[in-house]
Design a binder for this molecule. Sequence first.
Ligand SMILES: Nc1ncnc2c1ncn2[C@@H]1O[C@H](COP(=O)(O)OP(=O)(O)OP(=O)(O)O)[C@@H](O)[C@H]1O
Ligand SMILES: [Mg+2]
Length: 248
Amino acid sequence: MIEVKNLHKSFGELEVIKGVDLRIEKGDVISIIGPSGSGKTTLLRCMNFLEKADVGMMTFDGKSYDMSRMHRQDILAIRKKTAFVFQNYNLFFNKTALENVTEGLIVGRGMPKNKAQEIGQALLKRVGLENRQDYYPSELSGGQQQRVAIARALAAEPEIIYFDEPTSALDPELTQGILTLMREMAEDGMTMLVVTHEMSFARNVANKVWFMDNGIMVESGNAKEFFDNPQDLRTKAFLRMTEESTEK
Ligand SMILES: Nc1ncnc2c1ncn2[C@@H]1O[C@H](COP(=O)(O)OP(=O)(O)OP(=O)(O)O)[C@@H](O)[C@H]1O
Ligand SMILES: [Mg+2]
């Protein structure tokens, strides 16, 4: 479904992505893990063209693109098939939960308002917020705001959803709720690429894991094999460190 070859990205002198290759199949649930500053967010942002790559080729649904010279209409065409869920939710603060979900349908797609509202209500129900549709983000907990953001992502009917640490701003109880929702989405067959520190999600929900270190995709593979039998020394060191920190 998506293939990226030889992706490079620098900020000034600092090379942050150093020639990454990757491949995503329909239905994949992929966790990206790795130390802070290793380039995980930058990788996701390059893949959705929020950041312009210096070098890289992307094939998306059989069409190839030079990621360093994207035409605006190609970016828009790809973004129609993708959605993004951020750590800090990125909701519109002056819109209700329902309006946050329907905005893209009404303004972006020109869907009639009543149809969009029907879809929005169903999606809010799907994420467990049927009685919060008229609340503003400031009246919702972090976990509820993230549920709205996920409902908004689902509204776009994307082929893939990119998540950047969707639970890292949340308390442990709220985190579990969001992880459960993401697990259900995975079971429904949604293709997902998830930057996460939640090793239980990476181990138990994802089918593949990518480990990034210092701008390089050090190791990638089947999630179970990755955790049971990591190959690279850097992966082993990272996994040992995360185990120690969860034991504390
Ligand atoms: N807009 C920017 N301008 C300059 N440097 C940047 C910019 N965005 C990221 N960087 C640098 O790129 C490197 C990788 O950052 P990135 O946010 O991709 O890391 P990350 O793996 O997502 O880390 P974390 O786990 O802490 O979120 C860091 O050294 C960061 O300082
Ligand atoms: Mg990040």
